[in-house]
Design a protein around this ligand. Structure first.
Ligand code: MN
Length: 285
């Protein structure tokens, strides 16, 4: 299934070019009181919500996909773990352009480890990217995003995919420069997640997916997730060795070669096989 959040607080199931409005299914979620849970309540209760949504479907309102604003399907993540240089060709392009890519890119992912993007940087496809630091280079990084569905604490590689609620397209937007990644990649709206959550049964093996990104119609990135240096199960297991992954946490799995600059007015179109396709507008903050 494809589960979307639209027009800020509406929940939908995506079928072709239509959204089935199943917002009423959110009634199964517990009312929130302080202290608030460390998770996204929707993702934590996704099986129950989807069951209620299926009951509602026959009589639910249908709206054209093109008529709504798609927001981040995860409304709250405790953290956004992200993989640096996880495709060899991207490492090669970075090493070949030291003026743009700083020393961060010279080491292998096994040495560097994962980094964290601020969860406040999370937006949806329809929200767009609001660029800051306009005198510097702002790049797109297309990545398969993995949404964690249940608490994962030091989980083995063999069962790591059992903790996945679904997949989405991630854009790890980045200001190039010498500072720590967490600063340059955590600007508001620099973590785009969309267009929706696609459940694992629709995606199958996450290590066989074509991924593509265009800017203003020009192809910039094209790769397949089989070329990931550290694959999805290992990334989940590795991250969970350090911190407990919680429902709604999103792992950005790394970008292939072809990263490049965007400026206000650009339109990014990104797609991941079996997951979806989205258009994201770039503006100045
Ligand atoms: Mn990245």
């Amino acid at each position: 299934m494809r589960i979307c959040r639209f027009n800020h607080d509406k929940l939908g199931l995506v079928q072709g070019e239509e959204i089935i409005d199943v917002t009423a299914a959110l009634e199964v979620l517990p009312a929130l009181r302080w202290p608030v849970p460390q998770c996204d309540p929707l993702v934590a209760a996704l099986p129950e919500v989807l069951k209620a949504a299926l009951d509602l479907m026959p009589n639910a309102r249908r709206v054209p996909l093109a008529s709504v604003t798609l927001n981040s399907p995860v409304s709250y993540a405790t953290k956004l773990p992200a993989a640096p240089v996880n495709y060899l060709k991207h490492m090669a392009e970075a090493q070949g352009d030291p003026a743009t890519f700083h020393a961060h890119h010279l080491k292998k992912i096994e040495e560097v480890g994962l980094f964290l993007k601020a969860s406040s940087s999370l937006v949806g496809a329809g929200d767009g990217v609001a660029l800051r630091q306009l005198d510097r280079r702002n790049d797109h990084e297309l990545e398969l995003a993995v949404i964690i569905g249940k608490k994962a604490d030091r989980v083995p590689v063999e069962s790591a995919l059992d903790y996945v609620a679904g997949y989405a397209i991630g854009l790890d937007m980045t200001v190039r420069g010498p500072e720590e990644r967490s600063l340059r990649k955590s600007i508001d709206s620099y973590s785009v997640l969309g267009p929706w959550i696609t459940t694992p049964d629709e995606v199958g093996d996450p290590s066989q997916l074509d991924i593509e990104l265009y800017v203003n119609g020009e192809l910039r990135q094209r790769a397949n997730t089989r070329d990931l240096v550290i694959g999805i199960p290992k990334l989940i297991s590795w991250a969970s060795e350090y911190y407990t992954l919680l429902p709604g946490d999103v792992i950005f799995t790394g970008t292939p070669d072809g990263v490049g600059p965007v400026v206000p007015g650009d339109i990014i179109r990104a797609s991941i096989e079996k997951v979806g396709e989205m258009e994201v507008n770039v503006r100045a903050a």
